[in-house]
Write a protein that binds this ligand. Structure first.
Ligand code: GCB
Length: 603
């Protein structure tokens, strides 16, 4: 938990960053348990590669531009756009996979939707977006209501005073242009799916409402719950209650001057959450006229030497990396069905862990992981080369981290916050990510901090001495022996050294295969080659005593602009164990067999 002083300093930093970079968003939590009016469905769109809808100033919205949603000719000239007559895109959904001509489009896109609304007296209304990639400038009834940057996190715009009783409209300028100071930056190995990629809704809350809470099992305890409920706008002494009916617990506490009510109580008979028994409890919170429910699992996670302990017991993480790519259809995944299909495959492989690479996923994924009992590595898109010296890049990275933690810090499944992936070693990058680790620990001292780094070899020895390691609880090392370097047959000859004495997750390894392509074990892109490479990797892992988990690359093929081999890749990264059309490759069964064996072994 943040101390008050540090919390204030952190808020000030975020506020200054927000002001400097034009963001004015609030963050509701647990939105899926609040009453919502959905704005999902068809929205009109206008593609705007020359940015005409902004008016003459490319930096600032011209309210007489497309934001106005004009229907008739204005005085002094014709109106040369018309949302009403423009085609539609489905929301949620990326634009790239909805229209053939938009597959490669990157840039500015205007969205518009008409809706009817009847605001309730005494309530505040927020327009909530699950995610918009990358920048969103939001206008309601022609008025700017908020701006948000970062393509994978939820945000809200307060629209209480902008909404009218009856007909309303919302316009969103979505811009997914890649730039140097954005996070991620110019180059990624995944498709830059643009658009309003997650759900949109109106959410009503009372004047004073619960905007954050943390209820966690106390380390070393089997049934003591610690935490807080924060009520925005509450005066000191406001009564807040927390109850867990199944455990016959109801507790009350008063808010302090910051609107925070602290809780610490015993819950006799509590069943701890684990992958084998993903027990979730209905939890009800109340503060004034605001009531909020959640389903929370209680468990502890910690590191002891080179082991990861869940509920005090060492466990081995049988995991896999994935991308938020929709199974069978491609495009950006968001729905509960997407989550259930992808995480269902993790279960089928006898997995108990998933690395949600390389950015925060829709809340459907962490909710589903909570229910299914799959542990989660959750990451922000500090990926490859970021502009480490840029204050804007740091502001964006820390904001995305904050938004990710705030949304998911009551999910039992999430055990690791990952700060970054495969960042080239330099003092500037180590300091940048170190600062992120400090923020993450302040915001959530109950979970473990990690990062995936690149492995450097001396001959056939990997010494895990990336300087970032000193700031992490768990080391993540990516290695591609047998694919980008070295020979498959020689993989078991490689040895690993852990001078820092910390647990290791082999956070990526693997090779490509085109589903249905067969050949001998030496033929690249054959299913046999990919399966053999994994088998040899598993032989090497058996000799690494400090290995605490595995997340091979990758569960399912995914679109990437850098994978161009005609007939083999066709703009897909083919390292999936399952094709984008859901065909299981031999590698799937290789991992399944190995994880099945590990599952049988005592830790
Ligand atoms: C990596 C990256 C991942 C890529 C993968 C690959 O190291 O972390 O994003 O997709 O390698 O397939 O090369």
């Amino acid at each position: 938990m943040l101390s008050h002083g540090r919390f204030a300093a952190f808020c000030l930093t975020l506020l200054l960053c927000a002001v400097a970079y034009g963001q004015q968003t609030k963050l509701l939590v647990d939105v899926d348990h609040r009453t919502q009016t959905s704005l999902n469905g068809p929205w009109h769109y206008i593609v705007d590669p020359y940015r005409g809808g902004w008016g003459n100033n490319p930096e600032k919205a011209d309210l007489n531009g497309y934001a106005k949603n004009a229907h008739t000719n204005s005085v002094g000239g014709p109106t040369e756009y018309n949302f009403e007559k423009s085609p539609t895109l489905n929301v949620p959904g990326d634009w790239n996979t909805q229209k053939k001509e938009l597959l490669f489009y990157e840039g500015l896109m205007w969205y518009e939707k008409d809706f009817t609304y009847h605001p309730k007296a005494g309530m505040r209304t927020f327009l909530n977006f699950g995610a918009v990639n990358y920048r969103a400038d939001v206008f309601v009834n022609g008025q700017p209501v908020c701006t948000h940057e970062g393509g994978f996190t939820q945000f809200d715009c307060e629209v209480t005073s902008t909404l009218k009783d009856g007909d309303n409209f919302v316009v969103v300028a979505v811009d997914d242009t890649r730039t140097v100071e954005r996070v991620p930056t110019l180059k990624t190995d995944w498709w830059n799916y643009g658009g309003i990629t997650r759900e949109v809704s109106l959410v009503e809350v009372p004047e004073k409402y619960i905007d954050d809470y943390s209820l966690q099992l106390k380390k070393g305890s089997e049934n003591e719950i610690d935490g807080y409920v924060h009520v925005t706008g509450a005066s000191a002494g406001t009564e807040v209650s927390v109850s867990v009916p199944a455990l016959h617990v109801t507790k009350t506490a008063q808010t302090d001057g910051d609107g925070r009510a602290a809780f610490s109580f015993k819950a006799a008979g509590l069943q701890r959450w684990s992958p084998e028994h993903p027990q979730l409890y209905d939890v009800a919170m109340q503060a004034g006229s605001d009531e909020l429910k959640d389903q929370i699992g209680f468990r502890t996670v910690e590191v002891q030497g080179d082991k990861i302990l869940l509920n005090g017991e060492p466990l081995f993480l049988r995991g896999v990396c994935m991308h938020a790519e929709t199974p069978y259809k491609t495009g950006r995944a968001w729905s509960q069905q997407d989550a259930e299909t992808l995480l269902g495959w993790v279960h089928e492989m006898h997995g108990n862990f998933v690395r949600l690479a390389h950015y925060p996923y829709d809340e459907n994924f962490t909710r589903t992981a909570d229910r299914m009992g799959i542990l989660v590595w959750s990451e922000v898109p500090v990926y490859w080369s970021i502009d480490w010296a840029s204050p804007a890049a740091f502001a964006s990275a820390s904001q995305q981290l904050h938004e990710n933690i705030r949304r998911d810090h009551n999910k039992a499944s999430v055990i690791l916050w990952s700060m970054s992936n495969e960042t080239p070693v330099s003092d500037a990058r180590t300091e940048f990510i170190h600062k992120l680790t400090v923020l993450a620990r302040e915001q959530d001292p109950t979970r473990l901090i990690t990062s995936a780094v690149v492995t450097h070899f001396t001959g056939k020895t990997a010494v895990m001495n990336d300087p970032l390691g000193q700031y992490l609880d768990v080391l993540g090392y990516n290695e591609y022996i047998g694919w980008y370097m070295g020979k498959v047959d020689e993989i078991p000859d490689y040895t690993w050294e852990d001078p820092m004495g910390k647990p290791l997750i082999m956070s990526e390894f693997g090779g490509g295969a085109k589903a249905g392509m067969h050949g001998d074990v030496n033929t690249r892109f054959s299913e046999e080659f990919q399966a053999k490479l994994l088998d040899e990797q598993f032989a090497m892992f058996k000799k690494i005593p400090f290995l605490a988990g595995l997340t091979p690359w990758v569960l399912m093929d995914f679109r990437s602009p850098t994978r161009q081999l005609p007939g083999l890749q066709d703009f897909f990264n083919r390292k999936g164990f399952i094709s984008d059309q859901g065909e299981k490759k031999k590698a799937f069964f290789t991992v399944q067999r190995y994880y099945g064996e590990l599952q049988q072994k005592p830790e």
